[in-house]
Design a protein around this ligand. Structure first.
Ligand SMILES: [Zn+2]
Ligand SMILES: [Zn+2]
Length: 587
């Protein structure tokens, strides 16, 4: 029992994939094996099966796995030569392909590690558990079957992938399913369609969302809020084009180091142009358009810059993984002396903004120098030290990811936790030792000498697309009043109340209000408002008309009659304070 707690859950998950393969081997003679790694929350294994299976077959496989687990099967490692490995896996074409690939990459006398567990042998470098005793048979479950191309390449055969989830305890497994169920209800792809926020069209292309009128309103609210926040915090707004000459990307180094994420060049006259994957070089050009003095610094440029990056079609996911997106991008250019104040101000302000959107928990990561890097070790050390100093000064807890920085500088990433406790990478604050040098950025210091400034990239929300996806999942679509594309529905009881409904709308003209006077029953209209997650529903009839009041409903609750002026006051105040009534029906 003790050992179960010490063994890493990833090791248990991966070992379970072997047991899954072992069970499948016993049930389906002639099966060919692909690979079986541990993944988030569980594991999978890819099989080339003699005949197709469906989800009804999973319980049978699971039972077989449990039988095997109870047998206390040991995992034994063996080191063999290439020839021996080829003999062991002579009937396994996918394994043979892997062995040949391994042999190609390493010298001919290469030794290959294989693992035996009972009658199942796998090509694997481990690690595994010592014995199936370490697996809690009540804390795993096979979840689904999916098709997957061998090595993810559509030119290869389609294999059958069986997924499972696994935890240390049954309680954790149950919690996982509970959260899964809740997450399904909050899937922003479903909500986006239901609430008419955005859509996709095959003819337009994968990963390229269309924002519908209500979605565009939501974006506009967020963008306006950001604009005001940044301008009042000393940022300057800029706008730059979507494409630029290939030469720019050669100078910046993107063509050399980032090409796989960029789309093919576009020919204009005799020159080649690229869709921008980042906004940085444009901002650098704006900085370089004048001679800058130390007195001009810090300079903070902000832009809602739409960038295009290549993503494999298989990884595209709703708004959170797209091919064209708008970053809330900013670049801060400052002197070395200003660095810590700039970072501190940026972090503090950034967290305040995220909190306004209703996020309360964050995980902060500091990533340091990787093996390949631009700039000097001294510069990296100084910058990393400053980042740590600032995090400590602001009393922010963080984890260090040693060697996890990007090649051009150390960075701070902030992952926000949503109402289900899921982490989403949004904010990133990155140092850049590369661009200032590549573009010969400089400023004149107090002694009249030319010096290279420090440059920081920062995206706070990440991208509008991703952030809105996260917001929708966090709130299960029931956005707080200040963000709701439609804030109030007014429902007249009968046709004699339509005029009063219009009057109320006029009184509320500074808000986003709609009158719903269709020939439907009141309860049907109320139900529709609730499905549309409208924050406030005002029902008006005779009584309300006489007393210039409204009958108020919010979040499926009847809040009774309220004087119109009082409601107006309430809504105003709520928006002013951007009060977040997080609706969590999940505890
Ligand atoms: Zn393994
Ligand atoms: Zn940048």
């Amino acid at each position: 029992m003790l050992r179960r707690q010490i063994v890493k859950i990833e090791t248990i998950r991966h070992s379970l994939s072997h047991i899954l393969a072992y069970a499948v081997q016993g049930l389906y003679a002639g099966v060919k094996f692909g690979i079986g790694p541990a993944i988030d929350s569980g594991f999978y294994y890819d099989f080339d099966l003699p005949h197709s299976i469906n989800p009804d077959d999973l319980p049978k496989i699971e039972r077989k796995m449990k039988e095997l687990i109870k047998k206390d099967i040991k995992f034994r490692k063996k080191i063999v030569s290439k020839a021996e490995a080829k003999k062991i896996f002579k009937d396994q074409p996918y394994k043979l392909e892997l062995i040949n690939k391994l042999a190609e990459a390493r010298p001919p006398q290469i030794k290959i590690s294989i693992y035996e567990s009972g009658d199942f042998v796998d090509l694997c470098k481990g690690p595994h558990i010592k014995s199936t005793k370490e697996i809690n048979p009540d804390a795993f479950k096979l979840t689904k079957i999916a098709g997957a191309y061998w090595k993810g390449d559509e030119k290869n055969p389609m294999l059958t992938r069986i997924y499972g989830v696994a935890f240390g305890t049954k309680k954790e497994l149950e919690k996982y399913f509970k959260i899964q169920k809740e997450a399904e209800k909050r899937d922003h792809r479903v909500l986006g369609q239901k609430l008419e926020l955005f859509m996709w069209d095959q003819e337009i292309g994968a990963g390229l969302p269309l924002w519908l009128p209500k979605g565009a309103v939501l974006r506009h609210i967020i963008e306006d809020y950001l604009y005001e926040e940044l301008i009042s915090n000393g940022y300057q707004w800029v706008v730059t084009p979507h494409i630029a000459n290939l030469n720019l990307w050669k100078t910046s180094g993107h063509w050399n180091l980032y090409r796989e994420n960029m789309y093919s060049p576009i020919k204009i006259d005799e020159e080649e142009y690229m869709l921008k994957p980042m906004n940085c070089p444009f901002h650098v050009k704006i900085y370089n358009s004048k001679i800058r003095s130390y007195k001009d610094l810090p300079i903070r440029y902000a832009e809602l810059g739409t960038v295009y990056r290549y993503e494999k079609s298989g990884v595209l996911h709703g708004l959170t993984r797209v091919r064209g997106f708008t970053q809330d991008d900013a670049h801060i250019i400052c002197t070395p002396e200003q660095l810590s104040d700039e970072l501190a101000g940026n972090l503090k302000h950034g967290l305040e903004i995220l909190k306004t959107f209703g996020f309360k928990e964050f995980d902060i990561y500091l990533s340091t120098r990787p093996e390949k890097y631009a700039g000097t070790i001294n510069g990296w050390e100084k910058a990393t030290k400053t980042l740590k100093y600032v995090l400590n000064k602001l009393k922010l807890k963080y984890k260090t990811d040693d060697g996890g920085g990007v090649f051009y500088g150390p960075k701070i990433d902030i992952k926000i936790k949503d109402s289900l406790g899921r982490e989403w990478q949004c904010t990133t604050i990155q140092f850049d030792f590369n661009l200032p040098e590549k573009f010969k950025m400089c400023y004149v210091d107090a002694k009249g000498k030319k010096r290279e400034p420090y440059m920081i990239h920062r995206a706070l929300l990440g991208s509008m697309e991703r952030f809105i996806g996260v917001l929708l999942e966090h709130y299960a679509g029931a956005l707080p009043l200040w963000l709701a594309p439609v804030q109030v529905w007014i429902i007249p009881l009968g046709s004699s109340h339509k005029k009063f409904a219009q009057q109320v709308k006029k009184e509320l003209s500074s808000f986003r209000v709609e009158v719903k006077d269709e020939n439907e029953t009141v309860s049907k209209r109320v139900r529709e408002a609730e499905l549309q997650k409208i924050p406030y529903i005002l029902v008006v009839g005779d009584k309300e008309m006489k007393s210039n009041s409204v009958r108020l409903r919010s979040k499926n609750k009847d809040l009774g009659m309220m004087k119109l002026e009082k409601f107006l006051e309430k809504v105003k105040r709520e928006i002013e304070f951007k009060k977040n009534n997080i609706s969590t029906n999940y505890e």
